[in-house]
Design a protein. Structure first.
Length: 394
């Protein structure tokens, strides 16, 4: 098995963690990634403003094509770790492991570039922006970069698993994700003369309550779905009837049928409240991510590489989606290509902060996980291409 440069991976991860950037604002992050790729002797193309796509061509001619992907954006939260390389950007933190994902892919790319004369085929590198916004992969789709390869692979940290464990879901790994925004428009009036106004707050409260019941009423109880309201905003003063209410939330499902059903039900509820309460309701539903499904063949290929790296006990095949109800737009790369997503354990014995959940402001993943992730990328790519240069489509 090949090994990535440990010192390089660790230093890259620390740099990225120290200088996090929010979705669609990853300008310095993109500059860093592109500078590294140039140092590896690789050419790249910009995808949108902050995404980056590069190719490593094998020196032994044509062969198979494998895509490796990492997400690069951070979260809007103040870091509360004690790390010496904690974020220097106020209110921005890598709390979902994207610093580790990016560093791992860079370290793998560095070694693959060094080995390019030993294999046939191509390794495609996708450093994707705006995963946290749920639509970063669409930039790659729009440039035709989510199709035309034989395999796709990505990794994500797993703070609920110990260091040295790689988890692969059998089948579905993450649900679809749609974001809805409902804007209710009424009419202001004095609270003492409600008949002269149209109360958007009251209508919004009813709509939010009905949305909360939707999963139980509209979907088979045996199916897994979520209808979640995360924002409700209305009113300006205790004695003024609100003329606007805003509701934002998310729909998540593990089948396309349930996904469409939930979207239809949200629209129907909005129309019903509009009729009953005389408000106008603008309904917007944004498609963020498809269901992420691991291909059975690819899952076993990745599992075999992980076993060689970590031993038989280092691999867990999960019968339940490893991501739970967290979504990931890596699914965009799997629309037309077989692929798999691996979850790399980052929990360390005696280190509670390494077991903090994703998006915790105190999460400190065990750093050795960046090497495991890098070696997974590296060796899976070599396996797909034929590590001895015996590439070629099957």
């Amino acid at each position: 098995m090949e090994r990535a440069d440990r010192a390089y991976a660790v230093n890259a991860r620390r740099h990225l963690h120290k200088y996090p950037e929010l979705s669609l604002k990853e300008y310095k992050t993109a500059e860093y990634i592109r500078r590294q790729l140039v140092e590896f002797g690789l050419e790249y193309v910009a995808v949108g403003e902050t995404g980056t796509f590069a190719v490593i061509e094998g020196g032994k001619g044509q062969g198979r094509r494998v895509l490796l992907r990492a997400d690069i954006d951070a979260l809007p939260m103040e870091e509360k770790t004690g790390l010496p390389f904690k974020s220097v950007h106020e209110g921005v933190m890598h709390a979902c492991g994207h610093d580790l994902h990016t560093a791992a892919l860079l370290a793998a790319a560095k070694r693959l570039a060094e080995l390019k004369d030993s294999f046939a085929g191509m390794v495609l590198l996708a450093f994707q922006q705006a995963e946290e916004k749920g639509h970063g992969a669409s930039f790659f789709r729009e440039q035709g970069l989510t199709r035309g390869y034989d395999r796709a692979f990505g990794v994500h940290i797993a703070p609920d698993r110990p260091l040295g464990k790689v988890v692969l879901s059998r089948g579905a790994d993450a649900p679809s994700c749609d974001i809805f925004r409902l804007v209710l428009t009424g009419k202001k009036a004095h609270i003492a003369r409600p008949h002269l106004g149209i109360d958007a707050l009251q209508a919004g409260a009813v709509l939010a309550g009905e949305l909360a019941k939707l999963s139980a009423r509209a979907i088979d109880p045996a199916d897994k779905v979520i209808v979640g309201v995360g924002l409700f905003r209305a009113g300006t003063s205790y004695n003024i009837i609100a003329d606007e209410a805003v509701i934002e939330g998310t729909l998540r499902a593990y089948t396309e049928e349930n996904r469409k059903r939930l979207q239809e039900q949200v629209r129907e509820l909005a129309a019903g409240v509009e009729r009953l309460y005389r408000v106008k309701v603008a309904c917007e539903i944004v498609d963020c991510a498809d269901v992420l499904v691991n291909d059975d063949t690819v899952r076993e290929e990745v599992a075999e590489v992980a076993r060689q790296l970590l031993g038989e006990g280092g691999v867990e095949i999960s019968e339940e989606p490893a991501f739970g109800f967290a979504a990931d737009d890596f699914s965009e790369f799997l629309r037309e290509c077989p692929g798999a997503y691996a979850h790399v354990g980052v929990g360390a014995e005696g280190k509670p902060v390494s077991w903090e959940p994703l998006h915790s402001d105190r999460l400190e993943p065990e750093e050795e996980a960046v090497i495991i992730a890098a070696n997974l990328h590296l060796n899976y790519a070599l396996q797909v291409l034929g590590a001895a240069g015996e590439g070629g489509r099957p």
